[in-house]
Design a protein around this ligand. Structure first.
Ligand SMILES: NC(=O)c1ccc[n+]([C@@H]2O[C@H](COP(=O)([O-])OP(=O)(O)OC[C@H]3O[C@@H](n4cnc5c(N)ncnc54)[C@H](OP(=O)(O)O)[C@@H]3O)[C@@H](O)[C@H]2O)c1
Length: 321
């Protein structure tokens, strides 16, 4: 159990981060600054948890987070940079901002956090934890941008271990597919998760234990470690596995194109419906205008009749006089 620590945890509102939050909040004397962009569900989580909304994908966000933590705790004993997100897609577009958004959150922010944390520690002891990904070690079809963002983070942690001061422990987590909001965020259209899938509570338990024991890396799925060895020794096993994942992407692309076709058909039907409504309205307008004109004609006739009568009466009166 991790006790008596001041902790910053990003991505604390959901999935792996939320399960880690539950475990850390139980530690005696722990005080936690729990961060996500939306923190409504963790606002009243526990007395030792301060929920704070922050977008860690910007320099201003990370700087503000360090200021907030220093204000609350003075020293940060453990900084767990867990927040991240994926896309599941065929990479076939030229959209700089989309690529940039992923790298800012998954790669640049945790790298920048390292530099901030080293400066914050100023020689004191501290622990930096990262949620990398199994996909940061083995690229997968459908996750080109996500894989590269996590490969980059993995490369950074490998390199920085050779430079980092002794007062800093770095513990990295390499989960396989974990049943969190991750897959809902990745694409609006449902797709098949990579095999195997773990529970976030299992992943969180292993990571908290790894941090406590000073592990450099935590691979919560034994099968992934085994399969890496197997795939290294027998490359055809890797080919078979990746072909299965490629087939999933092909099925997803078909589903996506059906979804887009449905959207187009719905949009076309909506336009047709709009046209029909328009012509009905115009027809109704014509009817109403016709009725009004008829009424106006009738009223005009009646008024003219009354006016003629009035003229007759006046004439009669004049002649009568
Ligand atoms: N689930 C998996 O299969 C899997 C596998 C390997 C690695 N991972 C990694 O595990 C980590 C946690 O993901 P998860 O699976 O637990 O997904 P999740 O359930 O979607 O949780 C993601 C968390 O990160 C927060 N977040 C996202 N962008 C943020 C930003 N710009 N600023 C602050 N907070 C942000 C989210 O809250 P808001 O949206 O409110 O900000 C949420 O609390 C990620 O780094 C992910 O890449 C996941």
């Amino acid at each position: 159990m991790i006790d008596n620590k001041t902790i910053v945890l990003t991505g604390a509102s959901s999935g792996i981060g939320f399960e880690v939050l539950k475990l850390l909040a139980q530690g005696k004397g722990n005080r936690i600054l729990a961060v996500a962009r939306h923190v409504d569900n963790i606002k009243y989580f526990a007395d030792n948890v301060t929920a704070w909304p922050c977008d860690i994908s910007t320099q201003a966000g990370v700087d503000a987070l360090f200021r907030k933590a220093e204000e609350l705790f003075g020293k940060i004993d453990l900084f767990y940079a867990n927040a991240g997100f994926p896309y599941y897609e065929e990479f076939n577009y030229t959209d700089w901002d989309r690529i940039d958004a992923m790298f800012r959150t998954n790669t640049i922010s945790p790298i920048y956090t390292y530099a901030k944390y080293i400066a914050h520690l100023n020689g004191r002891e501290g622990i930096l934890a990262y949620t990398v990904s199994a996909i940061g070690e083995m690229a997968m079809p459908g996750y080109a941008i996500y894989s590269s963002s996590k490969f980059a983070l993995n490369g950074f942690q490998q390199a920085i271990r050779m430079e980092k001061p002794d007062n800093l422990q770095i513990t990295c987590l390499y989960p396989v597919a974990t049943d969190t909001n991750f897959f809902k965020v990745a694409n609006a259209v449902e797709f098949e998760k990579p095999f195997p899938v773990q529970k976030p509570s299992t992943v969180a338990k292993k990571m908290v234990k790894g941090i406590e024991e000073g592990a450099e890396r935590v691979s919560p799925c034994g099968l992934f470690g085994l399969s890496k060895v197997l795939m290294g020794a027998l490359p055809p096993v890797k080919t078979v596995y990746l072909n299965m994942e490629k087939a999933k992407l092909e099925r997803f692309k078909q589903k996506l194109s059906q979804y887009h076709n449905r959207l187009h058909a719905d949009a076309a039907a909506a336009v047709e419906h709009g046209r029909e409504l328009g012509s009905q309205i115009r027809e109704k307008n014509r009817e109403v205008v016709g009725e009004l004109e008829e009424k106006a004609e009738k009223v005009r006739g009646e008024l003219e009749e009354k006016a003629a009568k009035a003229r007759e009466e006046i004439k009669d009166r004049i002649h009568g006089v």
